[in-house]
Design a protein around this ligand. Structure first.
Ligand code: NDP
Length: 488
């Protein structure tokens, strides 16, 4: 069986007939053939979406009716949540318990944006009694959605739900390493009664199908999640068309622990932050900055905890750390382990394939201690189960170290000093800071990064802003004074 594109309500192969093969991360055996889209397939998908935008019912529907369809999509996801989790687990190597959590979040994304769109008002500005200015939020047109391979279904719905809520037809290009779960979306959308042409899916290689979507003149908005380097390529290509861009990019987020923190809770957060989701998490707390008085103890306990993280086959409910997505990625993460050792970092835990898992993309939970800011393992996003620990002496040094990379997605601060918590929270360069908390998401809150971690914010009404344009009507409610050039 071939996993095909879905264009204008129909499953279709690539016009060229080209395909690519997907590997199962737990074994690296090929198990899925996928249609490889090119520019002509993207063009067909955009044409269907463009038609749905131009004369279809979706953009014109009252928000309440669109919301009802979004809730039906959530329900259709929920009735398939076990299947979805199983597909995601097999396709990405994520532990099954965590894949289940991601499937639940996918349904929540649709329910949440159904609520957002039915409660979001539009603004009115009264100019005395003479003029009324009101703002309409209009869907911008066809939305191009490009997603990465980590938590692929949840991240696709994080874009699909607000784009559809806003009234935009979409073309989704999932990552080539994890296309499987997106293959369930057509039946979900059909069951929920989404009109044909509103949801379109084109599989393929980023530099080919993804680039064609970015280059297409009838796609005014691109929402992209992926690496900062790819983001740069996309911005360059989109500049020619002056497209709206929402860019959620890479990270190298610090978790800063002061000596007055609740160390047990900080440890829980550190372990969860970098080893859950196989460490393939954009907001992973991949740099731990530990206050000098507790540095030795915290590092030793982090290493102990890392050694206890259960690495295993993804479909075992006891597994905490599964298989990395692809042999190339496994090789890249393993290369960072080699680089860290060569740079002089101290390997305090992990760093190798667990002996009981001879095949597949497995790596033990890895802790590097005595890491300094000049090291590549401190500076570069590894996107795997590898954490670097660095000591700091003073609050100002903690800030300096926290801000010493090109990234600025998330940060985590652990201290029991309230004033210091606020000072730190405001001083770190990141889109988001959690204080005395692990990464907990509230879908209303703006999500996104600064520096090389992204542009724009999504979440709640911020997502709706991405997919709508403000259309302002200025209306005279009385005769205005006759305009004179001298008053201009
Ligand atoms: P990539 O940037 O490699 O790929 C992301 C998507 O872009 C894929 O669908 C890819 O296709 C496609 N793509 C690649 N090249 C182009 C191009 N020239 N034009 C258009 N599309 C293109 O990221 P990964 O898939 O490797 O994902 C990991 C990255 O994602 C990490 O850096 C991580 O931090 C980041 N991320 C950020 C999040 C955030 O919210 N800030 C959340 C999750 C992940 P293909 O699969 O064929 O390469």
């Amino acid at each position: 069986m071939i996993l095909e594109h879905y264009i204008d309500g129909a499953h279709v192969p690539s016009i060229s007939g080209d395909t690519f093969t997907s590997l199962e991360p737990a074994t690296n055996r090929p198990y899925l053939t996928v249609s490889a889209g090119h520019a002509e397939d993207v063009a067909a998908a955009v044409a269907a979406a463009r038609k749905a935008f131009g004369d279809g019912p979706w953009p014109r529907m009252p928000a309440g009716e669109r919301a009802a369809t979004l809730r039906a999509i959530a329900a259709a996801i929920e009735t398939r949540d076990e299947r979805l989790a199983a597909l995601e687990c097999r396709d990405t190597g994520l532990p099954i318990t965590q894949a289940r959590g991601q499937a639940r979040r996918a349904a929540q994304n649709f329910r949440f944006f159904a609520d957002v769109i039915t409660t979001l008002g539009e603004d009115v500005y009264r100019v005395g009694s003479a003029q009324l200015n009101y703002v309409l939020r209009k869907p911008v047109g066809v939305a191009g959605l490009i997603t990465p391979w980590n938590t692929p279904f949840m991240l696709a719905t994080w874009k699909l739900a607000p784009a559809l809520a806003a009234g935009c037809p979409v073309v989704l290009k999932p990552a080539e390493w994890s296309p499987l779960s997106a293959g369930l979306l057509p039946e979900i959308m059909e069951e929920a009664g989404l009109p044909p042409g509103v949801f379109n899916l084109v599989h393929g290689i980023g530099e080919d199908a993804g680039a064609a979507l970015v280059e297409h003149p009838d796609v005014p908005v691109i929402s992209f999640t992926g690496e900062s380097a790819t983001g740069r390529v996309i911005m360059r290509a989109a500049a020619g068309h002056l497209k709206t861009l929402s860019m959620e990019l890479g990270g190298k987020s610090p978790l800063i622990v002061f000596d007055d923190a609740d160390l047990e809770r900080a440890l829980d957060a550190a372990v969860f932050g970098v080893f859950s989701l196989n460490g393939e998490r954009c907001t992973a707390s991949s740099r731990v900055l530990a206050h000098a008085p507790i540095y030795a103890e915290f590092t030793a306990r982090l290493a102990e905890r890392a050694a206890q993280v259960r690495v295993g086959v993804p479909d075992d409910p006891a597994t905490e750390l599964g298989a990395l997505i692809h042999p190339d990625h496994h090789a890249q993460v393993s290369e960072y382990v080699r680089i860290g050792v060569a740079e002089g970092a101290r390997l305090a835990a992990g760093g190798a394939r667990p002996p009981h898992l001879p095949e597949g993309n497995y790596l033990s939970a890895t802790v590097f201690a005595d890491v300094t800011p000049d090291m590549r393992v401190f500076q570069e996003e590894i996107f795997g189960p590898v954490v670097c620990v660095t000591p700091f002496g003073s609050e100002s040094e903690a800030v300096e170290l926290a801000n010493a990379t090109r990234y600025g997605l998330a940060a985590y601060v652990w201290t029991s000093d309230l004033r210091r918590a606020h000072r730190m929270a405001q001083a770190v360069e990141s889109g988001m800071v959690w204080v005395n908390s692990q990464n907990v998401r509230d879908l209303r809150t703006p999500f996104g990064g600064v520096k090389a971690s992204g542009l724009g914010r999504e979440g709640g009404r911020h997502s709706i802003d991405v997919y709508t344009a403000a259309h302002i009507v200025h209306l005279a409610t009385e005769d205005l004074p006759v305009p004179r050039f001298g008053t201009a």
